[in-house]
Structures are given as structure tokens and as C-alpha cells.
Design a protein around this ligand. Sequence first.
Ligand code: SAH
Length: 342
Amino acid sequence: MDNFFNHTFTELQTIVEKLGVKSYRAKQLFQGVYKRGVLDFHAMENLPKALRATLSEEFFFVLPDVTEIVHSEDGSIKFGLLLDTGHVVETVLMPEKGRNTLCISTQIGCKMACQFCVTGQIGFVRDLSAAEIIGQLMAVKSYVRNRRITNIVFMGMGEPLDNLENLATVLDVIQDPFGLDFSYRRVTVSTVGLLDGLRSIAPKKAQIAISLNAATEAARTELMPISRIYPLRDIVAYVRNLKNLGRQRVTFEYVMIKGVNDSPEDARALTRLLAGVRCKINLIPYNSSPYTKFQTPDEEAVNQFHRILLKEHFTTLVRESHARDIGGGCGQLGMKYLEEKR
Ligand code: SAH
């Protein structure tokens, strides 16, 4: 027995064929679950009775329980989702003009230990299964029936490329025309820059965002220990050499931290580092928390940094975090784990 949400369409097709049933049944099944939200084989009336019975011996449908819902002043909603191991994952829905973006998690805790990130302070607890990742989407989807989730960002807890196999399953289901049917343009995987993993998913599986956060090797290693293994130089070379991107661009995220990486000199170092690289740059003013020593930069420092990049013709914007007032901003998820440790 396994959770249905752990399987891609292709896997399901193989299983259905093994049961001696025509493969179009797999399509009906997938569509029933993902398009119509029927999570009970016995209710799938377009399938033969015998097949329904066999399937219910092979699979079950388990979604995380929504145990907490917190509304932010900016319209975002943070969901606390309880898994069957007793862990809680946090997922944030962010309505913006014309879109509803869902920020989902791929791990509980994280191994990357980025100094400024709350999830990094928890340490690694475990990977989420594909079903638990897709489950975040399905649980929120059934909760907000009046709004359609239009975009998905893997920017919640964890490092998506450190849970590669499950991420691949999830991306598959998200994009499958019989599944959730999202264009890869509306799906963003954000990573500290695990290049080996990136090579396996870029470029048509998802939009790529890489958290750069510093413009020199020394500064980055200080903030992000993983930089010892995947240095800036290699990350930039990787992006520079990407082929067949069409109009697609890699996004570099740069979390601006007061007095650490927010000076005009840092901005100039960034323009030198990325000179001639086709990319977008998102500046994210740091969200402070009781669990890290870093602070939000002054607005003027952010604007000045932004102007220096614009002057060098970089496509760049300042991304205001959503849901900061409810502990749902970038790098704030998972505070409850640290509260428990205290
Ligand atoms: N592990 C992935 C995805 C999770 S973090 C990654 O690192 O990309 C998503 C983004 O939030 C990253 O760009 C990260 O640098 C940023 N971030 C982390 N902590 C933050 C904080 N306290 N304030 C603002 N952004 C933060």
C-alpha cells in the first residue's frame, strides 16, 4: 500500500497495465484525482468496479491536515499542515495582482545551515515525501476553492535540490497535462546552487532561482557554508553557459542584510560578478527574527543598491516579502521548531 500522491502518471500507467487493464484507465484515474478532486476510488464511477476494488488495495489517499490558518495583513495566508509523523510544515499562499502564488516546503529543517535563515538553524529533520509535497498544494487547493493557485514556488522550508528524487516526482505531477497541468513557467525552484541537482532539472522543468546573497567568495562562504562545495565562480559559469533558454532567465536572489552585504561596494561587486550573464536579480530585504542576529537593511541602502544595478542595465527588482507579520516571510518558516527547543 502506498500513498497515491507519491506516483507520477507514467508509474501509474505501468501499475494499471500490470493489473491487466487498458492504459487509458490511468488517465481517467489521474484526472479524477487531480482535476476533479475525487479522493476515493469507490466514487470514481467511470472506472470498472473490479478495478476500483483492486486500486483501493494498492493505494490510499492521505493529505496533510490543515491545523492552523493565519491571515496576514497583506492578504497572504499561512497554513500549518500536520503530517502523519507529527511534524508540521508551513505553506504560504500569496495573492498578488492577477496571481495566487503558493510557497511550498520540501524538507523539515535543512542541511545547508545558511547563517541568516531560520530553517537553517533548525538543522535537518527529514525529507518530505513526494506525497507530502504535493499534499501541501492539494490541501491548500481544497481549502481555498474560490481561488485558483496560479504559481508555485519551492521557497519554503528546506533545499529542494537536496531532495531531488521526490522533487522530480512532484515536478512531473505538477506539469502533467492529466495531473495539475502547470506550465513550467509558473513553477520556480529556488536553490542555494547545488549544481549537480540543477543539471538534472534545468531548463524546461521549472524556472530556476539561485540564492546568491553575496558577491564575493569570502562573504558568501561566511553566510552560506555550502559555498565551499559550490563556489560562486562555478555557479556563475553554469548560468553563463546555459543553452537553449529562449526567453527564459535564471533569477539570482540576493537577500540584503544590514551592514553585511548591503553597501554600494557590494552592489558594484555584484555587477562585476554578473557582467554579461543573462539573468534577473531579485533583491530581498532581510526579514529579521528572534533566532538570528541579522537585521533588515535601511530602505535607503536598498534603493541605492537597486539603482546601482539598474544603472548597469540589470533586470532587477526589490521583492518585498509577504506574510512577514505572521512569521511567514522568506526565511522565517519553522520558527515553531526553535520555540520548542528553547
Ligand atoms: N533552500 C532554497 C529555498 C528556501 S529559501 C534557497 O536557499 O534558495 C528561499 C529564499 O529566502 C532564499 O533566497 C533565501 O536566501 C531567502 N531567505 C532566507 N532567509 C531569509 C530571511 N530571513 N529574510 C529574507 N530572505 C531570506
